[in-house]
Design a protein around this ligand. Structure first.
Ligand code: GLN
Length: 237
């Protein structure tokens, strides 16, 4: 059975593990630096990035996480996890928080506003369409979500979100529209890939749709094949 590490300091790690289980993959909770040595790919879940950073600092995880990324291991950050992977985060208090980095992009931590301005949106994601002509859209759950404002030349944009001039705010029952609020009218990037790094501003683990998890597992298995090919090549010399 394939195994994927899930950073389990805070946030939606259980939901990621459940999504992996639905695909027949074991998610292993990672809390200590040495545990990173037993896995070859990692998911950093959504949650609250400052709290997660404080816990990561407490457990002395930053050096090992950086090393894991620099070794080219597949890592997927969702929401707060995306913030962790970004080279630069804006929209936070002076000094900010420590980041793992590696993903050449600038992320705005709370681009869409506060918790109450959370929303769902249908995203166009051509990469998720199956060869058999399956849907190329994905229902993104954005919770106090970040957005990617700038990307470097090596970053592939997998999805963006054309912000409507008025974002609709629903009541907690998600039925009745409470009010509309204005957000800047432009497109922001919400899913990216750079080599073996994947970042999504939304929460696929909170939906029943496992296509993003399958996408990441494919990245991980391709990276694994590359590594074993290298080992074979080296051992044949
Ligand atoms: N904006 C949040 C943060 O700064 C992330 C929200 C989330 O992961 N749902 O951590």
């Amino acid at each position: 059975m394939a195994v994927v590490g899930v950073l389990a300091l805070q946030g939606s790690f259980n939901e990621h593990i459940a999504a992996l289980r639905r695909l027949g993959v074991k998610g292993v909770e990672i809390r200590k630096p040495e545990q990173l040595q037993s896995i070859s790919s990692l998911i950093i879940p959504g949650g609250e990035s400052t709290t997660m950073a404080k816990l990561a600092e407490f457990h002395n995880l930053f050096p090992s996480l950086r090393e894991f990324v620099q070794m080219g291991r597949p890592v997927w950050g969702t929401c707060a996890g995306l913030i962790f992977l970004a080279n630069k985060a804006v929209g936070q208090k002076e000094g900010g928080q420590e980041l793992v980095g590696g993903l050449d992009c600038t992320v705005h931590r709370n681009y869409f506003g506060s918790q109450i301005q959370s929303f769902e949106a249908e995203l166009l994601v051509p990469e998720l369409a199956s060869k058999e002509g399956g849907p190329d859209t994905f229902r993104g759950v954005f919770i106090r979500a970040p957005a990617i404002l700038e990307v470097g030349p090596e970053v592939e944009v997998l999805a963006d979100y054309p912000i409507p001039s008025k974002q609709v705010l629903y009541s907690s029952s998600a039925v009745e529209i409470q009010e509309e609020y204005a957000v800047p009218e432009k497109k922001v990037i919400v899913a990216v890939k750079q080599g073996n790094l994947l970042g999504t501003a939304f929460h696929p683990e909170l939906t029943a749709d496992t296509r993003w998890h399958s996408y990441f597992l494919k990245m991980a298995s391709e990276a694994g094949e590359e590594t074993s090919n290298t080992i074979v090549a080296v051992s044949r010399v």
